[in-house]
Design a protein around this ligand. Structure first.
Ligand SMILES: [Zn+2]
Length: 344
């Protein structure tokens, strides 16, 4: 009875004399309620996230309408008044409405949980920067950006934080400016040196690592990340991939052992010779899409109420050629001394 009652947005209401109608586009249905319509609309207006269930049921016909709408899965329950949840963060209104579509029971927990989270993003290419923007909008409290590269003209097809005037500047600095201009709530920390040459203590504050590209380097990373969740993302030609999520506390092998187990080409890469026109095939669309899927998977690590954790022991593939998406369990056998047996 102490939950705050919020009519699931978006709610489309129409009034015609004695009848009030409510359109639910998600389920392609329209419900009509006998009038007078003004009374019904006033009741719906009271379900604005500022009143408790106890207050709503005391209104005339309030209990009946609430029961019907609850049966139709059109009521969101909040732990606190909507205005308190948003507390002046207008951007968060749309994000909260998104979470409410995924869970109607206390979606405000998602914003609360994410606001305490710091995500380390290793590699600020097309995927990493897209993930950074999406996570800032999703409500994470902080990002730690790691890249020692400078902006190059060849980045501009897909790395939308950068402009021509930024060429030659450190990527992390441009990204910091870009994010700070849009997300004043966001704590931003930047590192412009090789993350694997950095003291582990520098990474203690990170709650999750996203490895975006350069994944064959990541085998050296165990001193940083053995016990924290890690998600890898990248692409091979037109095929994007996110995963696997490695999280020893949830029973998976660690990321470093996973990468080492697949290092059959380590000698090859160690002695690789660069050819002038053999550049990576980095499409704008595949980068942005995989960055957003990666960000969705990252938020799920901290918001179990939204559904399953994405990418655990699997790789999510999107083939841009056919727009097919598939999820495949990882087959690779990984020996990891850090692994914690899990019944989950
Ligand atoms: Zn391990």
């Amino acid at each position: 009875m102490n939950d705050y009652i919020w009519l699931l947005p978006p709610a489309h209401v129409s009034s015609s004399g004695d009848v009030m109608s409510l359109m639910d586009f998600n389920n392609h249905r329209c419900m009509s309620f006998p009038g007078p319509a003004e009374d019904g609309i006033a009741l719906l207006g009271a379900m604005d996230g500022e009143r408790t269930e106890r207050e709503i049921v005391q209104l005339q016909n309030g209990a009946d309408l609430l029961r019907v709408l609850e049966d139709q899965e059109l009521i969101v329950r909040l732990q606190r008044p909507l205005s308190t949840v948003l507390s002046g963060r207008v951007w968060a209104s749309r994000q909260l409405a998104y979470y409410a579509q995924l869970t109607r029971q206390h979606p405000d927990r998602c914003l609360d949980a994410l606001s305490k989270v710091r995500v380390a993003i290793i590699g600020l290419g097309g995927i990493g920067m897209q993930a950074a923007q999406a996570l800032a909008g999703a409500g994470v409290g902080g990002v730690i950006l790691s890249d020692f590269d400078t902006v190059d003209a060849s980045n501009l097809n897909r790395q939308f934080m950068f402009a021509i005037d930024d060429i030659g500047r450190l990527k992390v600095e441009v990204a910091q400016d870009f994010l700070a201009a849009r997300h004043p709530h966001l704590e931003i920390e930047v590192h412009a040196i090789n993350p694997f040459e950095q003291e582990s203590s520098q990474w203690e504050r990170a709650d999750l690592f996203l490895f975006c590209g350069e994944t064959h380097l990541a085998g050296d990373a165990n001193q940083l990340i053995t016990h924290k969740p890690v998600i890898q993302a990248g692409y091979i030609g037109p095929q994007g991939l996110v995963g696997p999520l490695r999280w020893v506390e949830r029973g998976t092998p660690c990321h470093s052992c996973t990468v080492r187990a697949s290092e059959q080409y380590a000698d090859f890469y160690a002695n690789e010779v660069e050819l002038a026109t053999s550049w990576n095939c980095s499409g704008a669309t595949v980068n942005g899409l995989m960055g957003n899927i990666l960000a969705e998977a990252a938020t799920r690590v901290f918001t179990p109420w939204l559904g399953e954790v994405l990418g655990r022991d699997e790789i999510i593939y999107v083939d841009m050629k056919t727009l097919e998406m598939r999820r495949e369990l990882t087959q690779q056998q990984v020996e990891c001394p850090h692994q914690i047996p899990s019944s989950a």
